[in-house]
Design a protein. Structure first.
Length: 105
């Protein structure tokens, strides 16, 4: 987590797993859950948000499983491999996280 704003009670989240041999093994899902628990239960944040490349369906799926919802699209936000790529803005609110975490207990 970074860009933590104590007055508005929100923070930005990001995770990067560079070693492709461990992709798809649940590490990102586990880390996302731990960080969200810390953000909402310990820091008492209201919202956690992120941006993710639109051409990264695995990450998008991970974030949606954790409860993030799509807020919008930042068109042509990143120049990557010779072309512009959209980024998707996503967020989860504390009450959404609490509802999901209570259902999983």
């Amino acid at each position: 987590m970074f860009n933590i704003h104590p007055w508005s009670k929100h923070a930005e989240f990001g995770i990067w797993i560079g070693d492709k041999t461990v992709w798809g093994q649940g590490y990102a899902t586990e880390v996302t859950g731990v960080v969200l628990g810390f953000a909402f239960e310990r820091l008492n944040l209201h919202k956690v948000y992120l941006t993710v490349d639109a051409d990264n369906p695995g990450a998008i799926r991970t974030y949606e499983k954790a409860g993030f919802k799509k807020d919008g699209i930042l068109r042509d936000e990143v120049y990557k491999n010779g072309q512009y790529v959209d980024r998707i803005m996503m967020s989860i609110l504390k009450h959404e996280y609490l509802k999901l975490s209570n259902c999983s207990k």
